[in-house]
Design a protein around this ligand. Structure first.
Ligand code: MSP
Length: 499
């Protein structure tokens, strides 16, 4: 079974920030989880390098757009390993193979009769690279996102006949209620469609920084069509040995935030229909990470540096925090204070302590060796069906809910230690078999949650599983009782305090 997950491709007009890290981390959690299920996984991220935002930012710096793109694409590329993202490819829209694919697909759209010449006039935000509908404009002709004055643009363009997909898009939404999630985003996209679709510019006349239109060299493609096609084009050249399109298209999940919903929920399926390509299975729209109540973005200047957090606490702590503290799919505030609280109470005290005391007790009472035998039925009951529930949540991109299922078992194991008080059992030789069972159940429970936590906490989970002598990551082995721990080894604190 194939699983293909993507992030938006990020604009190279500025450096990466926590918001970009967020989507990439979420996609990575999904990719890792599906790999654990033994699926054939492809995970794509990259950079969106054409269009006005990039050209304007470069000119402001007195350099060419390509130079700015090269410089910042490197920084986005460097972000992935720092947050432990295991993307299979990094696409840049200035890749010549991508550009050729864009020309090929959009020529087909034209041959299929969905392109015509016309004149466009409207209010345009150069930062969004988007024309705004009249009801989207803030007072004073301001962009609702960037709070800058919109410009009145008029130009001769080629148009994409978006309007001719009205009925097909409505039918799509009718047939596939899980095409867009969460539900509020599905409703938002559907009501946009129902309000009546207008044709949109497919090309720009005045710009030069973009993919050239093959049938008219005075035009470049509008950056959004160039950008959306990355999800499709990447498969054709990511692997020099094999065209991966057959294997991975259509995408299983596009992860995006709500700022780019309309492009993905309306333009993208229409474009794919026009090109006679299959539609993605799911688009999941997560919320905004908010700092002091405003969406964090390059232009607002209130950027939190993910690199600093990683340097002090490690990538695992950042990954965990973002998916634990902000319900995936909803907006949520992030702050240093709430980060530190989660780190201390959950990572250090709950998981870290569970790991260190379990290992310490096996070392102290059984010299590191766990005798084979059954798992305590009391615990087995509380773990029954856990893997299945985690899978169901991840299948719906409910990454916070999946993590919570697992975390409840971390807490259950801590309660189990208190209930069974192994230190009391250890005092009584007659209860050696009980102590064996408690230690075995604890160690096995710890192994089970750790396998499930691996997508969220890959480095810590690997260290812990190595100490348990059970490095197997596959989800079939995650069930309580499926593993066999024989010998445990000492482990330094997973989440040290006082960093
Ligand atoms: N280049 C376009 C996307 C083209 S995809 C075919 C673009 N780039 S962007 O650099 O502005 O990135 C937007 C995306 O970054 C959001 O959709 C989201 O995935 C992520 N985020 C940026 N800021 C964010 C927050 N403050 N909170 C959550 N996600 C954030 O749009």
């Amino acid at each position: 079974m194939a699983f293909y997950v993507t992030t938006p491709i990020y604009y190279v007009n500025a450096a990466p920030h926590l918001g970009h890290a967020y989507t990439t981390i979420a996609a990575d959690v999904m990719a890792r989880h599906h790999r654990q299920r033994g699926e054939d996984v492809f995970f794509l991220t990259g950079t969106d390098e054409h269009g006005e935002p990039v050209a304007d930012a470069a000119h402001a710096l007195g350099i060419e757009p390509q130079e700015l793109a090269d410089r910042n694409a490197e920084r986005f590329k460097a972000l992935a390993p720092q947050i432990d993202a295991t993307n299979d490819f990094f696409i840049r829209t200035t890749d010549p193979q991508h550009e050729a694919k864009v020309q090929e697909v959009l020529s087909r759209v034209k041959e299929n009769g969905f392109v015509y010449e016309g004149t466009y006039e409207g209010w345009y935000c150069p930062r969004c690279a988007d024309f705004k509908a009249d009801n989207e404009i803030d007072e004073g002709k301001l962009c609702p996102i960037h709070h800058i004055v919109l410009t009145r643009e008029q130009e001769d363009n080629y148009f994409f006949r978006l309007s001719s997909f009205q009925a097909q898009l409505e039918a799509l939404y009718g047939e596939r209620e899980d095409f867009i999630a969460p539900r509020a985003r599905y409703n938002e996209a559907l009501s946009f469609i129902r309000s009546g679709l207008r044709d949109v510019p497919l090309t720009r006349h005045k710009l030069t920084w973009g993919v050239q239109v093959p049938w008219d060299h005075e035009h470049v493609f509008y950056v959004w069509f160039d950008a959306l096609l990355n999800y499709y084009s990447a498969l054709s050249y990511a692997d020099p040995k094999e065209d991966l399109t057959e294997r991975f298209w259509p995408a299983s999940y596009h992860l995006i935030a709500k700022d780019i919903l309309r492009f993905h929920a309306v333009y993208w399926p229409a474009l794919l229909m026009a090109a006679e390509l299959e539609l993605p299975e799911h688009i999941f729209v997560h919320g905004y990470l908010l700092m002091e109540g405003e969406k964090m973005s390059k232009s607002l200047g209130n950027v939190l540096d993910p690199f600093e957090v990683i340097e002090r606490f490690g990538a695992d702590a950042l990954r965990f925090y973002l998916l634990r503290d902000v319900p995936f799919g909803a907006d949520g505030s992030v702050s240093t204070a709430s980060f530190e609280l989660r780190y201390e109470t959950e990572l250090a005290n709950e998981l870290g302590n569970l790991a260190s005391r379990t290992i310490a007790m096996v070392l102290r009472y059984r010299d590191g060796k766990l005798p084979a035998g059954d798992i305590d039925p009391v615990l087995a009951e509380d773990f029954a069906g856990l893997t299945g529930r985690v899978c169901e949540h991840v299948d719906r991109a409910e990454l916070t809910a999946a993590l919570d299922e697992i975390w409840q078992r971390v807490r259950r194991l801590n309660r189990y230690v208190e209930e069974q008080a192994p230190w009391q059992l250890a005092k009584d030789d007659a209860r050696a078999a009980d102590l064996d069972r408690v230690l075995r159940s604890l160690a096995e429970g710890l192994r089970s949650v750790t396998v499930l936590l691996w997508p969220y906490l890959p480095a810590s989970a690997e260290r812990l599983l190595a100490a348990l002598g059970a490095p197997e990551l596959s989800l079939t082995g995650a069930e309580l009782g499926a593993g066999q721990i024989e010998t445990v080894a000492a482990l330094d604190a997973l989440f040290p305090k006082n960093r």
